[in-house]
Design a protein around this ligand. Structure first.
Ligand SMILES: C[S@@+](CC[C@H](N)C(=O)[O-])C[C@H]1O[C@@H](n2cnc3c(N)ncnc32)[C@H](O)[C@@H]1O
Length: 186
């Protein structure tokens, strides 16, 4: 695995450290985001910007004709991330609820990384993504059983994504202790 991260990712990681923000996506997820972004044209989106680490990885893979829109509810945090991306004309950071991004749909890739749409928004998400578009959901724990189990209970969120006929979905184990769902809209 390459040891270095793209400069925009390094800057967002610096911001995370300064803010003491511990919820940024890890390198393994970031590299997957960048790789998927590099296959997409059109509008890519992220619900829940945090300190911009996921946005930075997506930006590092962004094609010339694509753009990225991301929304963060915490206005102060969003302002800092806006500064970080000030020189990136293909990236727009909104200080807003994730729902403000629905006006930018359809998306060719949607990274759902804030709790509310991740837990309950599958129907909405299905309507926001292009046919062939991808949805990415982070922060799962690898599991080899079916149905998937987390903390002694059936992981219904993961089970529903993996069986929803509107999507073809894979559980990608990006590290020994981390997996990511990638769902392609049919
Ligand atoms: C897991 S962190 C995001 C990490 C980031 N996507 C990354 O990859 O580094 C979740 C973020 O969602 C934000 N958030 C929570 N509710 C939100 C909402 N309704 N709309 C937009 N952002 C929200 C939180 O403030 C937090 O910064």
């Amino acid at each position: 695995m390459p040891p270095d991260v793209p400069p925009i990712v390094a800057r967002s990681l610096d911001l995370s450290r300064r803010e003491g923000f511990l919820r940024s996506c890890r390198h393994e997820t970031g590299r997957l985001l960048a790789t998927l972004a590099a296959s997409r044209d059109g509008t890519l989106a992220e619900f829940g910007t945090g300190c911009g680490v996921g946005s930075a990885w997506l930006t590092s893979g962004l094609r010339t004709r694509a753009r990225l829109v991301t929304a963060e509810l915490d206005t102060a945090m969003a302002g800092k991330v806006q500064e970080l991306f000030a020189d990136e004309p293909q990236v727009e950071v909104l200080a807003a609820d994730w729902s403000a991004l629905t006006t930018y749909a359809p998306f060719s890739l949607l990274f759902v990384d804030s709790t509310e749409p991740k837990q309950g928004g599958r129907d909405l998400v299905a309507d926001l993504v292009d046919s062939g578009g991808m949805v990415v959901l982070d922060d799962f724990t690898p599991c080899t059983t079916w149905p998937p189990v987390y903390a002694g209970r059936i992981d219904t969120l993961r089970e529903q994504w993996l069986t929803d006929p509107r999507f073809t979905t894979v559980d990608v184990m990006v590290a020994q202790d981390a997996s990511v769902l990638v769902a392609t809209r049919r």
